[in-house]
Write a protein that binds this ligand. Structure first.
Ligand code: KG4
Ligand code: ZN
Length: 347
């Protein structure tokens, strides 16, 4: 058993958690959404400054809630990649400094591996292999989870991430930021069949379409064109019907790919992670399609779908128990394939 203090600052949430393997002892999350809302999206420099302001408070609060002092902590972890470099640097530097000060092992964590481990927080008995559908503001991936630290990306988006598509469509409909929750809310009152929208497909050079890759930029453009046309002809936009039709198209696209991928690779469990895992349309469609095929779908509780340090700590604990440690010279990286997770650890 490992008790890990973990820090997550890869984007716009400052989070510090204490976990004992998959058990969450504390998970403090301070969201910057209200600050970035006025700009219509995350401003990297503002995010870094805000992390600096909040990090010490979050650290103190997290230890206090876990009712532990530093003597009860076995290792200190932080997200090292991928993410906004300046934002990552705040959490990573704090973790390395604390590791030196308190003479504890230090572990850098891959952000996407953290999202995969969110499923273990509510399902500690989960065992690889399984498929992870990771749908967030920055990523849309189908990941074959082989073992701790060993992953293969089987499918991904060729342009916008699913959450990014929700955010961009909400912006063009003047619904504010972040777009996912507001579109989800409006979609509940709309007709998903009101408008027929194109589900982006990725062509293969040999003909046909990629079974697992997705594309959302064409869908976003289609919503833009349709909104312009409707505005000219009707005056006001039928926002609920538009939101429902857009959301259903995204949910259908993700469901089709995840089910095909799980069946092709003989995986009986699909663990969903990332902010878009909260989406009610996606949950409904994926659960229904999986039940038809006798597949199991796991949706972590909402607080573990969006960015949080508990999932980072849970991933770090598994690495810690396997003897993996990161060098204090480890730096941040804005991009890093999940296949390269083990590069974060000295062998
Ligand atoms: O995982 P996350 O908190 O941060 C990243 O790592 O990106 O995901 C944030 C994304 C945003 O794009 C937001 O619009 C989307 O998740 N999101 C949703 C919902 N709640 C959050 N998208 C669709 N439906 C939702 N209910
Ligand atoms: Zn994330």
């Amino acid at each position: 058993m490992a008790t890990i203090l973990a820090i997550e600052t890869s984007c716009d949430e400052t989070s510090v958690a204490v976990v004992r393997d998959c058990q969450v002892l504390s998970n403090v999350v301070s969201s910057q959404i209200a600050i970035h809302q006025q700009y219509g999206g995350v401003v990297p420099e503002v995010a870094s400054r805000q992390h600096v302001e909040i990090i010490n408070w979050a650290l103190a609060h997290s230890l206090e809630q876990a009712q532990l002092d530093w003597s009860g902590i076995d290792g200190i972890a932080a997200t090292a990649a991928p993410g906004l470099v300046g934002a990552l640097l705040v959490g990573l530097t704090a973790a390395k400094t604390l590791a030196m000060l308190h003479q504890k092992p230090f572990l850098g964590v891959h952000h996407l591996e953290g999202h995969i481990y969110a499923s273990y927080l509510s399902e500690p008995a989960l065992e690889p292999p399984f498929l992870c559908l990771l749908v967030s503001g920055g990523h849309t991936s189908l990941i074959y989870v082989k073992d701790c630290g060993h992953y293969e990306t089987l499918g991904q988006t060729r342009d916008d991430a699913a959450g990014e598509a929700f955010d961009k469509v909400a912006r063009l409909m003047n619904l504010g930021y972040p777009g996912g929750p507001v579109i989800d809310r409006l979609a509940a009152e709309g007709n998903p069949q009101a408008f027929s929208l194109p589900e982006g497909q990725v062509s293969l050079p040999e003909g046909g379409y990629h079974r697992y890759d997705s594309s959302f930029s064409g869908l976003k453009t289609a919503v833009l064109r349709l909104s312009q046309k409707l505005q000219q002809s009707e005056g006001a936009l039928p926002v609920a019907d538009l939101a429902a039709s857009f959301q259903d198209t995204v949910a259908r696209s993700l469901t089709k790919r995840a089910i095909a991928c799980a069946l092709d690779y003989g995986l009986d469990t699909i663990a969903v992670g990332g902010g878009v895992a909260a989406n009610k349309g996606l949950r409904r469609r994926l659960q229904a399609a999986a039940a038809e095929r006798n597949l199991r779908v796991l949706f972590p509780p909402m607080q573990f779908c969006t960015d949080n340090a508990a999932m980072i700590g849970c991933a770090a604990a598994d690495h810690f128990n396997r003897g993996h440690r990161s060098p204090l010279t480890l730096g941040t990286q804005s991009r890093m394939a999940i296949a390269n997770v083990m590069q974060l650890y000295a062998t």
